[in-house]
Design a binder for this molecule. Structure first.
Ligand SMILES: [Fe+2]
Ligand SMILES: [Fe+2]
Length: 257
């Protein structure tokens, strides 16, 4: 099976580019499942109903989230019914779920698990013990498991990938918004990429208007961040997985405008 993963879709320009490119990429790469991170889709923070509808209509099969999960109040009205998942290691009892098992019309199954890191991030439960528990459970349904690990520190992402190597098909990092060039297949067939990058305005500071961000760094005072209005770039990865064993055979990085 071939999976397309698209990194943090940011604001209007990122959303418009993703909506245009998802059908093109699905066709060009003969994609079986398309997973997108949508934590910044609506005005840079969270996801509203219209944005989620647009991405799903364009061909996203699942939307993963991150530290901005609750950034748009509309999430509360769609998180239980839409194929949206938020980090599984958030506090118990919160709305939504941390994983989903997708099935396509060819009968293929892909489990997607969303986790959040703890280094330089808001408090959450241990992503390592949560992953071990969730992977054990998801394995009962399918060997094909993709993890979106939403984390800041490269070390935490690399450590989680080695912790799970051979047990999951892919560990793909999100959150830093800058694509790394370390894609590889780890021992046992786990595809890994420290950060898949952002799909959003190219001329801002990780999506936000650069003038406000620079002002904050220079003057060290609170500043209201607004998404940059400039043109966007899409960043993602395409992962090949042997669906009988769940082992990844190839990962390539992609980008496009
Ligand atoms: Fe993000
Ligand atoms: Fe994030």
């Amino acid at each position: 099976m071939r999976i397309l993963f698209i990194g943090d879709i940011f604001g209007k320009s990122g959303r418009e580019l993703a909506v245009r490119m998802i059908p093109e990429l699905r066709k060009a790469y003969q994609i079986d499942f398309c997973v997108v991170n949508g934590e910044n889709t609506t005005h840079g923070r969270g996801i509203g109903m219209d944005s989620a509808d647009e991405l799903l209509a364009a061909g996203a099969d699942c939307i993963t989230m991150g530290n901005h999960t609750w950034g748009n109040y509309e999430i509360n009205s769609i998180i239980e019914d839409y194929p949206i998942i938020r980090p599984a290691n958030f506090a118990e009892g919160l709305p939504g779920r941390g994983s989903i098992v997708l099935e396509n019309d060819k009968g293929m199954k892909l489990a997607v698990l969303n986790l959040q890191g703890r280094v330089y991030m808001e408090l959450c439960d241990n992503p390592f013990t949560c992953a071990a528990h969730e992977v054990e459970r998801l394995k009962q349904e399918t060997p094909n498991i993709l993890i979106d690990f939403h984390a800041e520190a490269s070390a935490e992402k690399i450590a989680l990938a080695y912790y799970l190597q051979g047990q999951v098909s892919a560990v793909i990092g999100t959150h830093t918004h800058v694509q790394t060039a370390d894609e590889q297949i780890l021992e046992g067939g786990t595809a890994y990429l420290t950060d898949v990058g952002m799909t959003g305005p190219t001329d801002g500071v990780i999506g936000m208007d650069r003038r406000n961000v620079i002002n904050k760094f220079v003057k060290c005072v609170p500043v209201r961040f607004e998404p940059s209005k400039g043109p966007a770039t899409l960043h993602g990865a395409v992962i090949d997985v042997d669906e009988q064993t769940g082992r990844a055979t190839e990962i390539i990085r992609i980008s496009g405008k």
